[in-house]
Write a protein that binds this ligand. Structure first.
Ligand code: ZN
Ligand code: ZN
Length: 531
């Protein structure tokens, strides 16, 4: 077997961390993830089945002595302990036994400092310069697949919320914007040939169709649809303005029945979901926190209502007075984050809600706001109606303000929209979480934020205009620190006030030109006991 060697050095030439590290100060001027930083976490590649020699290059902080303990995670098996000289580089060498790495290409290390920390949020136990791994191994070391290379889905682009002349409000004389919405046939052509969409759905108001018109509209949609090239998702809008809020309804196949909010059989969300269940269809609420069409988050349905339109020409309804939200036309309690806080598991789509025919107008003038047409990117197996619908139902999609920003966001390798459920006893094994992101923006990025349970828990430091990648670990929702009292070590656990055991994480991207993207959240839950 050949001697294999793998080295990672921290420096300006390696701006994108290919390893996970937090709780360290990186000596190349990169800011540190400071929260939950008592235990630094590092992923290193190993040779499965044989001993791997690992050498970490660390230095103690300028002030105060520091000793560190290196453990394997999640077993907490002690691998090394060392004193770090103040402010000078020091190699911490140890061996990862083959048994520990059996069958794996990677070992996750926890590096703990024994220093009593002055403040949980300012913890800094060591500076990190890199690592070297060596082993007599049959093949070279490699870091595990990054999200970029693990793309198993095609990212398809489209708009699921287009109004055409079938809607009264998109007809020239009644259109509040004074222009015509165009026919459905014209809109399919525009979407396919000029806007380059992979898919589209017209979402005309269900109660505006006569039965004959609905037959004609479906025939037009079928004629424009071509699996593999351009998908027309069957759908329409269920528009209960005063009681329940607006929803778009999408079907996995044609023909689709028309369920209007004016029909007694389908005039509440619960009745609508029951009707949709027969067809495997889904409903998607939109502009949820508008005062004029308020969404009632007291109800929801995990299967029938897996998505929410977080952005359209009405602006963003992500949070009350959040970025790109309409300040004047919205109310407290109706935002997407309010829905998530009530336990609804929703993926995000972006739409136009356009009533104007034309090549993607840059801005709309609604009574309260000026915004772009939103778009949805779907991570689908392929460009067929069945595959796009499957991805939507699985929340494997994200919203943008119309720019084709490529985003991949994962937690422990699970793609956006995933639901990770564990028993109370297995839940801690998920930690530390590994959050990875890859963003290919269309303009320089100004903000990359990770949101957990309604709060920004991490903002990625960067100043790059091109592709951005990062990885970060998140420890258990409490901070574990060790301190010595009367010569005896004691473990202290400080609960992070904002963390709950049920968590969601999503990524929010903001570009210099104002365009934004929101990934569908990844949900972590403790499995409830069945009674
Ligand atoms: Zn609507
Ligand atoms: Zn609409």
């Amino acid at each position: 077997m050949a001697r294999q060697r793998f080295e990672v050095a921290v420096g300006p030439e390696q701006p994108e961390a290919r390893f996970l590290v937090a709780g360290f100060s990186l000596k190349a001027g990169y800011p540190v993830c400071r929260h939950l930083a008592q235990r630094a976490v590092l992923d290193v590649p190993v040779a499965g089945g044989v001993e791997t020699q690992v050498s970490l290059l660390l230095a103690g902080p300028e002030a105060g002595d520091q000793s560190v303990a290196v453990v394997a995670l999640p077993s907490e098996e002690l691998l090394a302990s060392a004193e770090l000289p103040r402010g000078r580089k020091h190699q911490v060498r140890f061996t990862v036994p083959g048994s520990l790495a059996a069958g794996a290409d990677l070992v996750r290390l926890g590096i703990r400092c024994n220093r009593e920390l002055p403040s949980a949020w300012e913890a800094r136990c060591a500076d990190f310069y890199g690592f070297v791994v060596e082993a007599d191994a049959p093949k070279p070391f490699a870091m595990p697949d990054e999200p970029a290379s693990a793309r198993q889905y095609a990212a398809l682009w489209g708009d699921l919320h287009v109004h055409t002349r079938w809607s009264y409000c998109a007809q020239g004389e009644q259109n509040p914007e004074g222009v015509d919405g165009g026919t459905d046939v014209e809109n399919y052509q525009l979407a396919r040939d000029e806007l380059g969409f992979d898919f589209v759905a017209t979402a005309d108001h269900a109660d505006h169709f006569t039965p004959d018109q609905w037959q004609e509209a479906q025939a037009n949609a079928q004629a424009a649809h071509e699996d593999g090239r351009f998908v027309v998702v069957p759908g329409y809008e269920w528009t209960n303005s005063h009681e329940w809020g607006h929803r778009n309804v999408y079907f996995p196949k044609r023909p689709a029945p028309l369920f209007s909010h004016t029909a007694t059989r389908t005039n509440t969300p619960a009745k609508l979901w029951a009707a949709l269940a027969e067809y495997g269809a889904i409903a998607v609420p939109h502009h949820t926190n508008r005062v004029d069409f308020p969404m009632d988050w007291s109800v929801g349905h995990a299967v029938r209502e897996p998505l929410v339109e977080i952005y359209s020409r009405w602006g963003s309804c992500e949070q009350y007075r959040g970025p790109l939200s309409d300040y004047r036309g919205t109310f407290v309690g109706g935002s997407v984050q309010d829905g998530l806080a009530r336990g609804h598991m929703l993926g995000f789509v972006g739409g136009g809600d356009v009533h104007v025919f034309g090549a993607c107008p840059q801005t709309y003038r609604t009574p309260h706001n000026r915004t772009n047409r939103g778009m949805t990117s779907v991570l689908a197996g392929g460009n067929t109606l069945a595959e796009i619908f499957e991805a939507l139902a699985a929340r494997r999609c994200y919203a943008t303000t119309g720019a084709r920003i490529e985003v991949d966001f994962r937690v422990n390798g699970h793609v956006m929209g995933s639901f990770i459920e564990r028993s109370l006893y297995d839940f801690p094994q998920l930690f530390p979480l590994c959050l990875t992101a890859r963003v290919v923006p269309t303009e320089p990025v100004t903000k990359l934020e990770v949101i957990c349970n309604g709060r920004v828990v991490y903002e990625h430091p960067h100043n790059v205009g091109s592709e951005v990648r990062f990885a970060m670990p998140v420890d258990m929702p409490y901070v574990r620190a060790e301190r010595v009292i009367d010569g005896r070590p004691e473990i202290v656990e400080i609960r992070h006030h904002s963390c709950r055991f049920n968590q969601y994480y999503y990524l929010r991207v903001t570009q210099a030109d104002g365009h934004m993207a929101w990934t569908s959240p990844i949900y972590l839950r403790i499995k409830r006991f069945e009674s």
